[in-house]
Design a protein around this ligand. Structure first.
Ligand code: HEC
Length: 249
């Protein structure tokens, strides 16, 4: 059981001899080292051709990779900021609530809530007259007269009295509420200009609405409070519009 085979013992002995420096193969170069220079030269010449293998040919696409300019460091920092920019940019895509402010936007809202039930959603008419397609511009060539009518309504103007452009011969038949006590000056001008600029397509009145917005924002025009149905005149409305650098009509 514990007997070691002969061939293994021989191998162990050979290994011991090699590690102690007795092996002839290891001994030869050790002796050559201290030899004179001429002896060394042929020893180095021999392995040289083995080491000097021709360099592997570089593929054209790799050459391009080594030669071309790399992305500069500052561009990399810009690239890293791209996601942040994208995030911010997406936030700007949402439509700003522009139409939510301004006298025309207000008028649009008021019309939908207070007038559309009788005059139609787009002013096409119903129990009330048609206001679209220029109709209301024919009835009221002047913005101021239009405002006075909406402020007063049928009852205040009085049944049987004429209203609007005299050449039309309109006579109050009743049924149009007065809005002076209900709507503020701003809402009233808004709904009147909405009927003229949006429903009847008057560019002049769209420009007037813009001028009013500018004057309100510039604090030169105050549209708070109400028009008084009992005392309102076209002249009063014109004065108000003319004040605050707004060109009156
Ligand atoms: C209850 C129904 C009703 C409502 C609500 C109503 N109107 Fe009228 N409107 C009428 C009637 C009816 C007339 C015709 C009045 C008359 O003959 O006395 C009229 C006439 C008018 C006219 C004159 C049109 C023309 O060609 O003669 C204008 C302008 C007008 N309305 C604007 C408005 C505005 C602005 C509002 C909302 C703030 C409004 N109306 C809400 C029923 C209504």
């Amino acid at each position: 059981m514990t007997e070691i085979p002969e061939h293994l013992l021989k191998r162990a002995a050979a290994a011991r001899a090699a590690s102690s420096g007795d092996e002839p193969a290891a001994g030869a170069p050790a002796e050559a080292t201290p030899a004179a220079t001429p002896a060394k030269v042929p020893a180095q010449v021999a392995p040289a051709p083995v080491v000097e293998a021709p360099p592997a040919p570089v593929a054209p696409y790799m050459t391009a990779h080594f030669v071309r300019k790399k992305i500069p460091w500052w561009a990399i920092s810009a690239l890293l900021l791209l996601p942040l920019w994208a995030f911010t940019y997406v936030g700007t895509l949402e439509r700003p609530p522009q139409e939510a402010t301004g006298v025309l936007a207000e008028g649009d809202q008021v019309f939908g809530a207070r007038c559309a039930s009788c005059h139609g959603a787009t002013g096409g008419g119903g129990s009330g007259h048609a206001l679209a397609d220029g109709e209301v511009l024919v009835a009221f060539p002047s913005v101021a007269d239009h405002v006075v009518w909406v402020v007063q309504g049928s009852d205040t103007v009085g049944l049987g009295n004429s209203y609007g452009d005299p050449s039309l011969g309109r006579v109050v038949e009743g049924g149009m509420p007065g809005w002076g006590d209900v709507l503020t000056k701003e809402q009233l001008l808004g709904v009147v200009l909405h009927e003229r600029a949006r429903l009847s397509g008057s560019d002049d009145d769209a420009a007037l609405a813009e001028a009013i917005d500018d004057a309100v924002h510039g604090d030169t025009l105050d549209l708070a409070g109400h028009f008084d149905p009992a005392t309102i005149t076209a002249h009063e409305v014109e004065e108000l519009l003319a004040s605050g650098t707004v060109a009156g009509h």
